[in-house]
Every structure is written in C-alpha cells, then in structure tokens.
Design a protein around this ligand. Structure first.
Ligand code: APR
Length: 231
C-alpha cells in the first residue's frame, strides 16, 4: 500500500486563527524577517525576538485544531499504509488534532533550546532574555525554532520518507521557502502521485499532478474521504 507523505504549511492552521506569513495580513507584513527570524536578529535584540515568539506561543496554545488537522489524523489511523506528516509549522495543532509522529522541520514554539550546550526543554509560555539553561546554566535560552539561514531539522529522515513515497500532498504552503518547496521534486523522482491542496495556487503548483483549491477545512476532509473511500 502506498506510503503517503503530507507537507503542511501555515495555511492549514489559518482557520484555527493562527496567522500565515505571506498573506497580505501575514506575519511578514507586520514584522521584518531579519529582525525576528534570524540568528543575527536574535543577537541584536533578543527581547524583540522573545516578544515575537512569546505572542505566537501564547496564541498557539489557545488555538484549537480544525477539521483539516483532524482529517489528517484520521488518514493516519485508517489508511492501510504509512502516513507521515512533515510540517513547516511551529504550532502543535496536528498533535492536538490526533496526529502522531509529526516531523517539525522548523522546530516548535513549545520547545526551548540552549544556544550554548544544545540542551532542549519545554519552553515556558513566555521566555525572557538571558533565561538560564536548566542543564548548563548559561544565559543562552532561545526558542527551539529554525530561523532563516539555519538548517531545518530531521532532513535525513524526511528525504528517506520521500525516497519511497507513493502519494505526496502539500497543504497550506506557498511553496516559497526551501528546502520544503523542493520536496515535490523528490516525490516525483520517487514516482509518486503529487497533490496540492491550498487556498490558491502556490509558487510550485505546476509541479503537481492534482490540485484542489479552497479552505483547508473543506478540501482536506474531502480529499481524505476520497482516499479512504478508494480502499
Ligand atoms: N486554507 C488553505 N490554504 C490557506 C488558507 C486556508 N484557510 N489560508 C491561507 N492559505 C494558504 C495561502 O494561500 C498560502 O499559499 O497557505 C499558504 C501560506 O503560505 P505562507 O504564509 O508562505 O506559509 P508557509 O508556506 O507555511 O511558509 C513557509 O516560511 O517564513 C517561513 O518558517 C516560516 O514555516 C514558514 C515558511
């Protein structure tokens, strides 16, 4: 039975009330990436960066999973083959919707990381500048999210899955950030069927065999029902 790999982006959490990045009212319309999502920005003004992620962490903790998150969890439960969810999102709504084994390639708001010793722990709702690391005590705590210019997490694992994928679906992502935007090409090389489910065509839409446009809470449950109805 085909292995399914699903790549999700901010669009799948939009209807849960979490902002996307590149929509006109998105996060990158309100903040400069270089100020809040780069190691240089954090070194320059850690209070600004903690403030940005504290606000998102508190908002994400109050958000509820939506029908799209829940539909993917149902696909994991009912599909006879493996279903791997790789997300660019740093919220935990896939897990809250019942998904398991979610691969967070850009890290998570729930995680804290020590920039000095690499120790990881569960972040408090609000992180403060100079917060000591519970392991080495250095004042080097940062959000455990991947900033621009840093390597995304779990890439070897992701490419291993893509090498044997049968159905690859991209959901709620504009296809403008690499390496995630190139996963579809790995899937094509593996001979997979490729599907884009998005509010509107992404930058990579021409690479997909099949496309469905509309709100994720509508098109994702419909897609999952069709897949499960086939088996
Ligand atoms: N349903 C489905 N898709 C939606 C919805 C919705 N309700 N609302 C918005 N979208 C789509 C938009 O049309 C857009 O194509 O979701 C996509 C969101 O794109 P981005 O805002 O660029 O988010 P994403 O693709 O996840 O960004 C990737 O960029 O800034 C970095 O690290 C950040 O993980 C992020 C990465």
């Amino acid at each position: 039975m085909e292995k399914i790999v699903v790549l999700t982006g901010a669009g799948i959490s939009a209807e849960s009330g979490l902002g996307t990045f590149r929509d006109e009212d998105g996060l990158w319309a309100q903040h400069r990436i270089e100020d809040v999502a780069t190691p240089e920005g954090f070194a320059r003004d850690p209070a600004l960066v903690h403030g940005f992620y504290n606000a998102r962490r508190v908002q994400a903790a109050q958000a509820q999973p939506n029908a799209a998150h829940r539909a993917l969890a149902q696909l994991q439960r009912d599909w006879p083959g493996e279903v791997i969810i790789v997300t660019q999102n740093v919220d935990s709504l896939h897990e809250a919707g019942g998904a398991t084994g979610v691969i967070h390639m850009h890290g998570t708001l729930a995680g804290a990381l020590c920039a000095a010793c690499g120790h990881r722990w569960t972040a408090p709702p609000e992180m403060t500048v100079g917060e000591p690391c519970p392991a080495c005590n250095a004042p080097s705590a940062r959000p455990d999210v991947v900033w621009f210019g840093e390597m995304p997490y779990h890439m070897d694992q992701i490419y291993d899955h893509l090498a044997e994928v049968g159905i690859f679906a991209a959901i709620g992502t504009s296809g403008q950030v690499y390496p995630a935007a190139a996963f579809v090409h790995e899937a094509i090389a593996a001979g997979a069927q490729t599907v884009e489910l998005n509010l509107e065509p992404s930058a990579g839409v021409s690479s997909y065999d099949e496309t469905h446009f509309g709100p994720a809470t509508e098109i994702v449950p419909q897609w999952v029902d069709r897949l499960l109805g086939r088996h």
